[in-house]
Design a protein around this ligand. Structure first.
Ligand SMILES: *Cc1c(COP(=O)(O)O)cnc(C)c1O
Length: 395
């Protein structure tokens, strides 16, 4: 019996090493990795620049705590601010912590501005913001909340991307609105640009903060540095993580000067957050992602993937209902249970990730090549064909 709490349904596969878009088992079996450890290994496996940055830092100093200056943190923070809407950042170790910091920041902003009663955030059905007590309450999914006591108070869920419904949900205690620009775990559901623009305007009108959770969609995943850039809006506060460390745990809460000004000494903290190892890797990830032409490359590969997936969906309408997503954050909404397609792909040496709403997520590394996208499409085509003939046998 395993010593691990059985909180995960694991595949049974175990990988000994990785290279670029591929993972290899101990026995040497090769898998095309279109999961990227759930949108984390943005530059693929064993990227030489990341390996070099981490090993170089490991020989100097690993951890000193935030009681001292950390040069890599200053540098990464400044680079994130230069490349985004933000003026200030707070580093965390995970996505959920970055969202928690964002929630605290939004509440504290109103507290410091003479409206301490404004602590509630409007969130959306099907959202995912992490697994801490506050973030499961923000996500509002019964399967995540059940058995863990009264949900943390302060979240009001709206069912759809409907601006009138959001307006109707605003009360005297509302602090802001929290959402993902593309719902990842919730099924790669794209939020219409128009809705994001309307939300921005509504928040401005009502003095509310717009808080974006770009933990999954950020750091180049959609072909822009952050996905909200497609809608030509900016948030007041944003959580980022997953791809930022390329596989090393790191997260960050980014804020404007105004939204962050109440986070004064003592209001928040983290022992590990922003330690030298994490910062060395985060800076190395940005070296690559912010290199001129890189995001355009991601967008181009995303288009290639989307076109090919549209072809597969046409060919196999009995299996694939819809192609969703943007850039290299794609989803296949299935007509058969998504687990069947995921196993059929795994049997053919390709890794993907399930999502809600019966979706299979395709999250290749951002450095994926044309040949690997073509291989993925052929593999999906073969898996769909196999599922069809299996269904025909049972009919
Ligand atoms: C993964 C994810 C989180 C949680 O990140 P962890 O690192 O698992 O805590 C939060 N929000 C979104 C949108 C995510 O995709």
């Amino acid at each position: 019996m395993s010593a691990l709490l059985p909180t995960y349904a694991r595949s049974g596969l175990s990988f000994a090493r990785g290279e670029g878009a591929f993972l290899f088992t101990e026995a040497g079996d090769r898998y095309l990795d279109f999961s990227s450890g759930i949108a984390v290994t943005a530059l693929g496996h064993a990227h030489p620049h990341l390996v070099e940055a981490l090993t170089a830092q490991a020989q100097k100093v690993w951890h000193v705590s935030n009681l001292h200056e950390i040069a890599g943190q200053e540098r990464l923070g400044q680079r994130l601010c230069d490349a985004t809407f933000a003026d200030r950042v707070f580093f965390t170790n995970s996505g959920a912590e970055a969202v928690e910091a964002s929630i605290k920041c939004a509440r504290r902003y109103h507290f410091a501005n003479g409206a301490p009663e404004r602590y509630r955030l409007i969130t959306f059905e099907g959202a995912f913001h992490g697994r801490t007590l506050a973030t499961i309450a923000a996500g509002g999914q019964v399967k995540h909340l059940e058995g863990f006591g009264p949900p943390v108070d302060g979240f009001d869920q709206v069912a759809t991307f409907d601006i009138d419904a959001v307006e109707a949900a605003i009360g005297d205690e509302t602090a802001g609105v929290l959402l993902e620009p593309i719902m990842g775990e919730g099924g790669m559901r794209e939020v219409p640009y128009r809705f994001l623009q309307d939300l921005r305007a509504l928040c401005d009108e009502k003095g509310l903060l717009l808080v974006l959770d770009e933990v999954q969609s950020g750091v180049g995943r959609t072909g822009r540095f952050y996905a909200h850039e497609w809608a030509e809006i900016t948030p007041d506060i944003m959580a980022s993580a997953k791809g930022l460390g390329g596989g090393f745990p790191v997260g960050v809460c980014l804020t404007t000067e105004a939204a962050g000004q109440a986070m004064v000494p003592g209001t928040h903290g983290s022992t590990f957050g922003g330690n030298p190892l994490a910062m060395a890797v985060g800076n190395a990830v940005l070296d690559v992602v912010l290199e001129p032409g890189f995001l355009e490359y991601v967008a181009q590969m995303g288009l290639r993937l989307k076109q090919q997936l549209a072809g597969v969906a046409d060919e196999h309408g009995e299996i694939v209902a819809e192609v969703r997503g943007q850039g290299l954050m794609m989803g296949l909404k299935c007509k058969r249970p998504n687990a069947e397609l995921i196993s059929a792909l795994r049997e053919r040496g390709m890794l993907t990730v399930p999502a809600g709403d019966n979706v299979v997520r395709l999250l290749p590394p951002l450095i994926v090549g044309e040949a690997e996208i073509d291989l993925a499409s052929r593999t999906i085509d073969a898996a769909c064909a196999a599922l069809k003939s299996r269904a025909a046998e049972h009919a």
